[in-house]
Every structure is written in C-alpha cells, then in structure tokens.
Design a protein around this ligand. Structure first.
Ligand SMILES: Cc1cc2nc3c(=O)[nH]c(=O)nc-3n(C[C@H](O)[C@H](O)[C@H](O)COP(=O)(O)OP(=O)(O)OC[C@H]3O[C@@H](n4cnc5c(N)ncnc54)[C@H](O)[C@@H]3O)c2cc1C
Length: 435
C-alpha cells in the first residue's frame, strides 16, 4: 500500500508523544490522520522509565491505561539518600485526594509505546514506516492553507496540520524556523559530573541489599554525584529468570565522554565511585558486595535544557505546525519528567485541534493554538526549572562550603519527617500541579 497523498493531520514521529497525539485525535473524532516514522518498528530503545500521575490521568482519558497498569510497577515511595544516610522519602500514596492514580508507574518506554501501538491497532490506525520527513513547503497549487510535506522516499503528502513529534532533533521544528534554546540563556552551563549520565538495564551477581527496600525508586546524591536504582517490572523484564534493575549514574567529568553503550565493567566502576554502598563491589564499604554481571540495554545522556520559542507556527499560505514532546522541550531526565510532560502536550492538543477544525474560519481561530502553545510552553519552562533546581541541589557540594551543606542536609532530613513535605515533593513530581 502506498502512502496517502493527502491528510488533514500529519503526525511526524511515532515515539510516545506522536502515538499519544494519534490516540487523542481519534478520541476527539478526528479520523483523517496519518502518522509516520523514519525508522522501522522496534528500533527505539528503553529510555524513559517513569510515568507520573498527571500523565496516567491523561492516558486514562484516551482509554490507553489498563495495559500499561497491568505491565508496570506502581511505585509509592521514592527515597532520597545522601550516600551515608536517608534524607527523605517522597510518598505518592499521599496524593490520593487529588488523583485516581496515587503512584508513579515504572515501565520501560518500549512497553509504553507497545501499549499505545496495541490500542491504535485496535482502532485500525497504522504507523507508516520507514517514512522520513525532509521538508515542509506551503502548497502552491491548493485553494486552502496546506503544506507539501516531502519525504526522503520521494513521496509528498499534502497536510493541513503538521504535528512535530519527531524528537529533540526535529526536522519539523527546523523547517518551521523555530528556535530551540535554554529558556534561561544557560546553553553552556557546566553541570559537573551530572553533565553526562550513563544508564543501564542490568542484572547483578546477587540482588543488592538496599537499606530501604520499601522504596520503589532510590536516588542517591553525594559529593556532586548521583545514582538512581529501580527494579524492572517483572512483566516487562528482558530476562524472566532473574531480577533486572534500571540504574542511572553520573559520570565523573575527568572520565571524559561515556561510551555509547556502557559495558558491565564501566557501569560498575561508576557505581563503585558515585553510588551508594549497597551497589558497591568493594567488601570494604558493602557488607554484601555485588557487581553488574549482565547488561541488557545501556546508553548515555548529555544534560541539556532547551525549549522551543514557539510551539505553534503558520507560514503564509501554509498549514499549521504544532510541536509536542522532545521536539518542543528537552531537559535532564532527573525526576523522570520529559516523556510524561510530552504525552500531556499530545493529549491536550486533541480537543484544541478539534475546536480549530470545527471553527468556521481557520485563520481567525489560530488564537486557539496560540493559547494552547503558550500554556504548554509555560509548563515546559517550569519543568526545566524543577530539573535545574534538582541539579543545583545535587551539584551543591562543588559550590557550597561543606559545614553549610551539612547543615542544609540536616534541615532537609528533619523536614523530610513531616507528612506535608513528603506530599509536597510527591505533588511537584507528579505533574498534577502542571496539568
Ligand atoms: C538515554 C535516554 C534516557 C532517558 N530517560 C528518561 C527518563 O528516565 N524519564 C523521562 O521522562 N524521559 C527520559 N528520556 C527522554 C524520553 O525518552 C523522551 O522525553 C521521549 O522519548 C520523548 O518522546 P517523543 O515522542 O517526543 O520523541 P522520541 O521518543 O524521540 O520519538 C521521536 C520519533 O520521531 C521519529 N523521527 C525523527 N525524525 C523524523 C523525521 N524526520 N521523519 C519521521 N520520523 C522522524 C523517530 O524515529 C522517533 O521514533 C530519556 C532519553 C534518553 C535518550
């Protein structure tokens, strides 16, 4: 079957945000949509591991939650350690007055995408692959405002609305000439050891003996370093015969660039130097020494924040361009916010696009898009601020006088015993304040 030559809505990119946009548009009764992706199915990787409560609410509105809930781990507690002791725990169960989903869902991105694809399949919506968009031009020969969208394959599709869900290096964004930069003009900021993160889905020689086993996610930060540790959901595990964990670690700046796919030895060396004692292979610091034995997937991530200056653009005589997900905003994965925010961009766009299509005069109603774009951008800027605050706390040992830092941590430890503080941290992370 060849690619249709015309569509009302073209969604470029079938990552989690493009898929969520297709679900949302279908839910609004918009059926003339085409979703394309540059790569074949299965070429994307594990990456994001957490879906926040606000995003679970959004996915529920488009009928795409049950499968994800059946696969993921419902995490109620997220523990923060300073390397030697517990600082505080954020308790998502305290969010029950505000949401039907008082937890964070730990589920690998591949499973999130698989759940959405299954739902789209049930709705007979297919993803066209591999079709890589290379340019967007206002259509010359059309009576309405349309784009001619050109593909690497030589195909052209006419589209009235183009949703750029094509990730951080978005072609849609660059074709629409939309700038993408740090909202605080901080493009060259040095985050020290957190400038790079190494990630892996791994099995250990023996299961790590955590001092707080009730925490679904454990974060440790000490001396300007950071480690995240969370068990993989059994139903999404790449190995049903043993316990698999997602680990994320900062990379000491003096180590240089991390490898594309860090090995077991590389990841263990980071855990030995940057991680908590319970993940160390050194019997001198860990009474139950353990070691990364097998790596199922691994990658690296360079910390950078950027937000598109506009999420909506219209060229004279062209169609409308709308940006969602990583095409619109990127930031540190600390706090697991990026994918969750992007999915909410996508789902919130459905009713706005429906209202635009239904409105009598398309151009006048661009105010609908402007309003949506401004409010989504504001949320992205606020999430960038949250991730920068977190980075600031973790990298404080490089900047703050040590006795003052110890005092700061003591205050944090004391505050962390109060229920309202646990709830406040959980509320901020959940995205419920940002819906
Ligand atoms: C190593 C790593 C770890 C991460 N960890 C986390 C985490 O813990 N928590 C979190 O929330 N986020 C995390 N992220 C970020 C998260 O993966 C992204 O926020 C999420 O994937 C964004 O989804 P998206 O749909 O916007 O873009 P993407 O997932 O990037 O999908 C874009 C899609 O567009 C397609 N595409 C690109 N260009 C074109 C084109 N020209 N034509 C057609 N198709 C095109 C691509 O093939 C791709 O399928 C991580 C990212 C990385 C790289």
């Amino acid at each position: 079957m060849s690619l249709p030559q015309r569509t009302t809505v073209l969604i470029v990119g079938s990552g989690p945000c493009g898929l969520a946009a297709a679900l949302s548009l279908n839910h609004q009764g918009i059926h003339d949509i085409l979703i394309v992706d540059a790569v074949l199915a299965g070429e994307n990787s594990s990456r994001a591991m957490v879906i926040q409560a606000a995003t679970l609410e959004a996915l529920n509105t488009v009928g795409c939650l049950d499968k994800l809930l059946s696969v993921g781990n419902k995490v109620e507690k997220l523990g923060l350690h300073d390397g030697s002791s517990y600082l505080l725990s954020s308790d998502f169960s305290l969010l029950s007055p505000y949401t039907k989903f008082p937890f964070a869902l730990c589920i690998p991105q591949t499973e999130t995408e698989a759940g959405m694809l299954e739902k789209l399949d049930q709705l007979s919506i297919k993803v066209w692959r591999p079709y890589k968009v290379v340019s967007l031009k206002p259509a010359q020969d059309a009576e309405e405002q349309l784009f001619d969208v050109q593909f690497e394959s030589g195909d052209t599709v006419k589209a009235k609305y183009v949703i750029g869900a094509d990730g951080a290096h978005s072609v849609v964004r660059s074709e629409a000439k939309i700038a993408f930069s740090d909202p605080n003009g901080d493009d060259d900021h040095d985050y020290g050891n957190l400038s790079q993160l190494a990630l892996g889905d791994v099995a250990f020689t023996s299961p790590p003996q955590l001092d707080t086993p009730g925490d679904g996610v454990s974060l440790t930060f000490s001396d300007g370093d950071f480690t995240l540790f969370t068990p993989f959901p059994a139903d999404a595990s790449p190995d049903k015969t043993r316990n698999v964990y997602r680990i994320v670690s900062s990379v000491p700046a003096k180590d240089g660039t991390a490898p594309h796919a860090p090995s077991a030895e590389y990841l263990q060396s980071l855990l030995d130097r940057c991680g908590p004692p319970s993940l160390s292979s050194d019997p001198a610091v860990n009474p139950h020494p353990t070691r990364v034995e097998k790596v199922y997937w691994s990658s690296r991530y360079r910390t950078r924040s950027a937000v598109a200056v506009r999420y909506f653009a219209r060229e004279p005589n062209g169609g409308a361009v709308l940006l969602i997900g990583d095409a619109a905003h990127i930031h540190s994965p600390l706090g697991g916010q990026g994918m969750s925010l992007g999915i909410r961009d996508a789902i919130s766009l459905g009713p706005v696009l429906k209202a635009h299509i239904d409105s009598a005069n398309g151009v006048a109603s661009d105010a609908l898009f402007e309003e949506w774009a401004a409010s989504r951008r504001k949320r992205a800027v606020s999430v960038v601020a949250l991730t920068k605050e977190t980075l600031g706390i973790i990298t404080a040992p490089r900047r703050v006088w040590s006795p003052l830092l110890k005092l700061g941590f003591a205050v944090l430890r004391m505050l962390g015993t109060f229920k309202f503080v646990k709830r406040m941290v959980a509320y901020r992370l959940s995205g419920l304040a940002e819906i």
